[in-house]
Design a protein. Sequence first.
Length: 282
Amino acid sequence: MSNQPEICVVADTAAVWDEGARRFATAAQEAVAARGRFMVALSGGSTPEGLYRELATRHLASAPGKTSDALSVPWSQTHVFFGDERYVPHDDPQSNFRMAREALLDHVPIPARQVYPMPTDAADPADAAAEYEKILLQVFNTPLSCSEAPGEGQKPVLSTEYSVLSTPSPFPRFDLILLGMGPDGHTASLFPGTEAVHEQRHLVVAPWVEKFQTYRLTLTPPVLCHGRQVLFLLSGASKADTLRDVLEGPYEPSHLPSQIVRPVDGRLTWLIDRAAAARLEK
């Protein structure tokens, strides 16, 4: 890890949403100023959902004639991806895409062509993972060596429609990756005891999650660890013991997958409320 994570403790869940919205806007502004676009990966979960609603509210506050707590987010230059997804149709109540659409995307002027939901209509979830991997390669224009490329070892043809990066890098570099953490220490859909936690070759995989008896789609650790900024959002006392183990306990990512997120050249921040931070000692 290039540096130690920032631990930002705020009063309560509402303060997590407020500070998260500010950091989202700042990351977007900086990315557009530096590279002309803002590439963000959204998370599922109740705390991120609150952030999305806060961002939508702040956008509505920027309407003509309103002067409340507006934020300047360059929505027209924002490209939205997803860190993970439940393998359900996009209109299913369990869908992360549906949640993000209803909470945020329907309320801000992001061009529809710049929103990339994970596909969940393939008969084989592994095919869906390969499809989203190809989309990432196209959008970020990130070539892999033939031995590392998805499918049958051939580098995918890059569509000019999606070519938005001028300098290729080994992995996509999101400007901001939003993550949550479950009480079991999972993040995205990297669950304890699954092979996905240690995946290094693919950008997207489709792990079987035994506890839920279902498949998920998820970005893999190399993608999460190449984010320019990675922001965990946590609130509530139910996360306190696990958060202490993740931040202050031994490094056991097979048991606590959130520990695997260690940016190689980026900033890692844990934005948490006092209840979630209650068991931290350092």
